[in-house]
Structures are given as C-alpha cells and as structure tokens.
Design a protein around this ligand. Structure first.
Ligand SMILES: [Zn+2]
Length: 283
C-alpha cells in the first residue's frame, strides 16, 4: 500500500511504550475483590483466602520502565495511523452520501495488556473493538502471531485489513447493528448466538472490503491478495485445525476461511454497503 508521507489520524493513542505495571487488573482484580466481599460478608476461613487473594493480586504487578520502540515498531505505528486516517476519509464520505454523519473511532496501540471499558484484555485476545468507548484496540504483537501461527504472509495490507475489520465493527455500532445483535444473542441459545456472531463478523469483513474498494488508488499489486490471505488465515476452521487439530462448526464465532474471503471479496468488488446483508445470506 502506498502510505508513506500521507495523512495520519489524530485519533491514535500509542501505549506500546508504557510501563507494563498496569497489568494488575487483568489477573483477577474485580473477581478477587468480589471474592473478598463474599468472604467478609458470608464468613468462612478468611485468613487463607486473604493470603491467596493478596498473592493473586500482587503477582501480576511486574514493574518495568517505559519501553523504547524499535524503528520497525515505529513504522508499524505510523502505518496503522495512516490506515485509520484512510478509514476516516472513506467512511465520512460513505456516511455523507446517505445523509448521515460519521463519528470517528479512537485507536489504541498496545502490547501485553490493556484496560478498556469492555474490561481488561491480554495480548492473546488479538485486536478488538470496544463499543463502550468507541475504540479499536490493536495489539501489535498479534501480527507476528498472524504470520507465524496461521501462515498469513507478512506485509502491510494484511494489517490494513485487520484495522479495517475493527473499524467495520465501529460502523456497525454507529448503525445500531451491534446493539441489535447483542440483544438477539442474549435471548437465544449458544449455537444460535454463535451464528449471529458469525454474521456480525462476516459483515465486518465485508465492510473492510468496501473500504478497500474505495481506497483503491493507494493499493499496490498484491495488496488485495494479502488481505484475502489474512482473511483466510483467521477463519475459525483454520484456527481450530491449527490449535486443536479438529473443527467444531457449532462453536464458530467468526466464520470459516471460505466465508471470510467470500465476504471481504464481495465488499471489495462492489464497494456498496447495501450488499452486506450477511444475516440473511449466512444461514
Ligand atoms: Zn471482528
């Protein structure tokens, strides 16, 4: 992707260089606290509980100073900011065409762990979008995992696709789709809830494709293939095969490699938001 020297987003907060001392909440802060309250109010052998609780809460507090970013990591941050700026430009335009106003999301770059209004997250959770604070959380070490573990080829557009997918969730949030799907999911059984989630995820892939369609003047040869390759590598069937050796389709939450590639490609070819009804078509 042609990106050097272009506009970068003002909505990026880089927490990669921060001290990792903030990890403490992840281990069991809230859970531990609840546990303590239960013990205090309901009795029980509190001394032992308190000791183990204190160990639990202290253990993750590994102090370390600010971390210096490598030149490669700095480039990665600049690239991510440029991609986010491109999503802002395109989604402002597409919303405007429909008489709506696009509200830009924030993006936090982190590694190891992060606190969000959706709860704490560890690096292993990968990139995600939190509707509560309208923020895309990008765990930058995830891209190494993507490459090493699932065979996604390295290259910038794979990263752009992942950012565009998370921004796709933000678009779903602004359009009220996330709220609706969360409602439905809370009212049905697990298998059905998973299906709804798969449709939600495939639509984010579709929206990433729509974005790429409108951003074509900055694409270089091979970029679309890189995104498709990344979409294929994060299919549930591929991930389950890699991690456990077999697949359990009822447990899919993001769709198969084939579905993810299908919907990204559909968005990329048409560029038309109205063609992304993954809820009807993914039955
Ligand atoms: Zn997603």
């Amino acid at each position: 992707m042609k990106w050097e020297g272009r506009r970068q987003s003002d909505n990026v907060e880089d927490r990669r260089g921060m001290s990792t001392a903030g990890k403490v909440a992840i281990g069991g802060g809230t859970v531990g606290l609840l546990f303590l309250l239960v013990q205090l109010f309901l009795g029980g052998d509190s001394a032992d509980m308190l000791n183990s609780l204190q160990n639990q809460m202290q253990q993750p507090t590994v102090q370390s100073g600010p971390v210096e970013l490598t030149p490669e990591e700095k480039v990665l941050g600049d690239f991510a900011s440029t991609v986010l700026a491109d999503t802002e430009d395109i989604w402002h335009k597409l919303f405007q065409e429909r008489g709506m106003t696009y509200r830009e999301p924030k993006m936090v770059l982190f590694r190891d762990a992060v606190r969000t209004s959706c709860g704490g997250a560890q690096a292993s959770s990968g990139p995600f979008y939190c509707p509560g604070d309208e923020t895309v959380y990008m765990d930058m070490t995830f891209f190494n995992t993507l490459r090493q573990r699932f065979g996604a080829r390295g290259g910038d557009f794979a990263i752009a696709y992942v950012i565009a997918h998370e921004v796709g969730h933000h678009v779903q949030n602004l359009l009220g789709i996330l709220k609706e799907t969360n409602n439905i999911r809370s009212q049905v059984g697990e298998v059905q809830a998973n299906k709804v989630q798969v449709s939600t995820e495939l639509q984010a892939d579709f929206l990433a494709g729509v974005w790429a369609h409108h951003n074509q003047k900055y694409l270089e040869e091979g970029d679309a293939e890189e995104a498709i390759n990344a979409a294929a590598s994060v299919g549930d069937d591929n991930i389950q095969k890699q991690t456990q050796g077999y697949t359990v389709p009822e447990s899919y939450t993001h769709g198969t490699s084939e579905q993810r590639v299908y919907w990204f490609t559909k968005g990329f070819r048409s560029g038309n938001i109205s063609e992304g009804d993954t809820f009807r078509q993914n039955q």
